[in-house]
Ligand binder design. Structure first.
Ligand code: SAM
Length: 399
């Protein structure tokens, strides 16, 4: 296996520490640098070992035993789980996810009170937060610690808590190997770049993101359309508080963070938004919820409006089974239970079944505006479906 030039992740001190970003020490930075580089090494150089193990050992043995090659990613997974190289690789990969959570929580927990106080000051100055404690948490959120995040996006430890948001923000640069840039906002910049390149005359006046978390994707969109009213909804109060404080500290003042379930947005009138989007959101919902969300999107969108949903590509028949297997790792090892089902579904069909005409639908490749490793010249590399390049599944209403 060759040493890959991109095994070295960009140093964590490239992270832009805005006004609500948790304070951290020299040792915290060293720990994150270790995790980011270990992640990249596992994905790139050692990742090649999985393909070799499959090609040289696992696939030939399976074919000999069954008198045929594996016919699904599930068969490949159960065969690969018995391979010693893959088992060790997989355990190490899971371990980096757990360590990443431990590092950011060890940074955030000692300052949980200070962060809550600072967030409250920043938010009350701007008034950019609407919480609704009656919002019901869907079971697909309440019952899973997504990607090993203790308490997921919603758990509150103290009044006014922002720790879930701070934990998420502190560690995401390491998880993505810096691929999303210093503010981890690459998806938002990618959406803006795609809109400006492909639809330069599109001027949305009201914009909605469903499942906005702390606003990584929301803020670049709000900055690109400074005259628009931009709303991000999410079910998690601590991520919304942190997001509102982060937006205030970054000086983005046309956004409001709202606690609401995207499956039922009756607080907003029919045809009241020009642009409604989600980003890495659908894979954390469920089959049923996705349909309800799309029905709401179809109701809320103005005629001529755009809806866009960023996800990693579906497992189409054109995608080799081995690639499907490796992209599915997070579903089985990193607490992303809906990931595997979602990628069997054509999101275009979900739009078509929930109010959009087939003539209105499109799929577009959307990649991060500033690619991997903070180096403009290097394209983003694949990392088990975490590369900073997505497919945008969308529709223009009424076209
Ligand atoms: C992976 S994160 C999305 C990341 C974010 N869109 C971004 O681009 O930075 C998924 C988010 O969806 C939220 N979520 C899940 N189901 C939801 C629902 N039914 N309504 C609103 N938010 C939901 C979660 O609380 C979580 O914050």
């Amino acid at each position: 296996m060759s040493q890959n030039s991109q095994d070295q992740a960009p140093a964590w001190h490239n992270v832009e520490a805005h006004g609500i970003f948790p304070k951290h020490s020299h040792d915290d930075v060293a720990r994150f640098n270790y995790i980011a580089t270990m992640n990249k090494y596992l994905s790139q150089t050692l990742g090649e070992g999985n393909a070799l193990a499959y090609e040289k050992r696992v696939e030939p043995k399976h074919t000999k035993t069954n008198q045929r090659a594996p016919v699904s990613r599930h068969e490949i997974r159960s065969a690969m789980n018995g391979d010693p190289f893959h088992a060790v690789w997989s355990a190490a990969k899971r371990n980096t996810m757990e360590q990443r959570q431990q590092i950011s929580r060890s940074i955030v927990m000692p300052q949980v009170m200070d962060l809550a106080k600072k967030a409250q000051e920043l938010i009350s100055e701007k008034g950019n937060l609407e919480l609704d404690s009656t919002t019901e948490l869907p079971s697909y959120i309440a019952s899973v610690d997504h990607h090993c995040m203790p308490g997921s996006y919603h758990t509150e430890l103290i009044e006014g808590d922002v720790s879930a948001g701070a934990n998420y923000d502190a560690g995401i640069f390491a998880t993505t190997g810096g691929g999303m840039g210093p503010l981890s906002d690459g998806a938002g910049r990618a959406v803006v770049k795609w809109l400006k390149n492909n639809h330069p005359d599109f001027r949305p006046v009201r914009i909605l993101e469903i499942g906005c978390t702390i606003g990584h994707t929301l803020l670049p969109v709000a900055e690109a359309f400074p005259d628009a009213t931009v709303i991000g909804v999410d079910v998690g109060a601590p991520v919304l508080r942190y997001g509102a404080a982060r937006a205030a500290s970054l000086g983005v003042d046309n956004v409001t963070f709202v606690q609401a379930n995207g499956e039922g947005l009756s607080r907003y009138d029919d045809e009241s938004f020009d642009f409604i989007y989600t980003s890495m959101f659908l894979h954390e919902t469920s089959n049923r919820a996705m349909g309800s969300v799309m029905t709401e999107v179809s109701r809320l969108l103005k005629p001529g409006g755009l809806t866009l949903h960023l996800e990693q590509p579906s497992y189409s028949e054109d995608m080799p089974l081995y690639e499907q297997f490796i992209r599915d790792w997070d579903a089985h090892n990193n607490n992303e239970p809906f990931w595997t089902t979602l990628h069997d579904i054509d999101i275009k069909n979900v739009l078509a079944e929930n109010g959009f005409q087939s003539s209105e639908l499109f799929v577009a490749p959307i990649a991060v505006a500033k690619p991997d490793t903070l180096n403009e010249d290097e394209p983003p590399l694949e990392d088990h479906g975490r590369a900073a390049a997505w497919l945008g599944y969308g529709a223009w209403k009424g076209y």
